[in-house]
Design a protein around this ligand. Sequence first.
Ligand SMILES: Cc1cc2nc3c(=O)[nH]c(=O)nc-3n(C[C@H](O)[C@H](O)[C@H](O)COP(=O)(O)O)c2cc1C
Length: 264
Amino acid sequence: MKVTAFVGSARKKHTYYAVERFMHTLQSLGNIEYEIVSLSDCRLNICKGCKQCLDRGEERCSLKDDRDLLIEKMNHSDGVVFASPNYSFNVSGFMKIFLDRLGYIFHRPRYFGKTFTGIVVEGIYGGKKIMEYFDFIGKGLGFNVVNSCCLNSLEPMTEKDQKKFNSIIDRQSKKFYRELVKKSYPVPGFFDLMVFRMARTSIGLTLDESWRDYTYYRENGWFKSGYYYPAPLNPVKKLTGIFFDLLFTRIYGKKASGKQVKPA
Ligand SMILES: Cc1cc2nc3c(=O)[nH]c(=O)nc-3n(C[C@H](O)[C@H](O)[C@H](O)COP(=O)(O)O)c2cc1C
């Protein structure tokens, strides 16, 4: 199995070390091939906000850099890790630039059955929100998410600090491995079901063949399916799904029939 990590620190210190240790632990558990990508070594330009990737297709992006190479690495991985230091209570700039360039995948998720986790490294405070952010990001891309972890690297680090750091990352790696080998397609919860039905109803009613989200949903059969992938929905979930379809048809039907204004 292949696992790829994307690291958002420009120096190879605590975050990089955590990811290396994570991968070595994974390798001690099974047959794992891994790659660690330092985003600071990649050519990634800042999104200009033209929205061509979102609206008309990712190939329309005017920025010619390593974006597609990095996405190819994700496509060919069974597991993916995003690791970032806490900078000013958020992910690092390198990580944020990368996430913005993946923006269109949140509209058109694809990594179902694959495993994701986030690793946050911080000095003092703020990592909890970043962990939640990574979990949300992973889910949005379609992954099965192993809740992210946060490690403390406040310097000078004592032996005890380092031991704790190592023990958290080892535990995270073991949890990740258990999910990775399952390759599961979990039954969606009510919230997941709602998000799927809302997205497909709004896209179906307000967009047409000239929009990439529309063609992506059509090509994947999502206008007719119960969920992104074949998942057994019990009678309550089936009924709830119908309720969401009706509710969002009402909401987005009104929007679809409204008079459109020209953008300012
Ligand atoms: C610009 C900058 C901002 C930082 N902001 C925070 C912060 O808001 N909260 C925190 O706990 N640590 C903060 N730190 C500390 C880093 O998260 C910590 O040093 C971490 O180990 C850096 O990762 P690295 O060792 O992989 O480079 C900041 C560090 C830098 C350089």
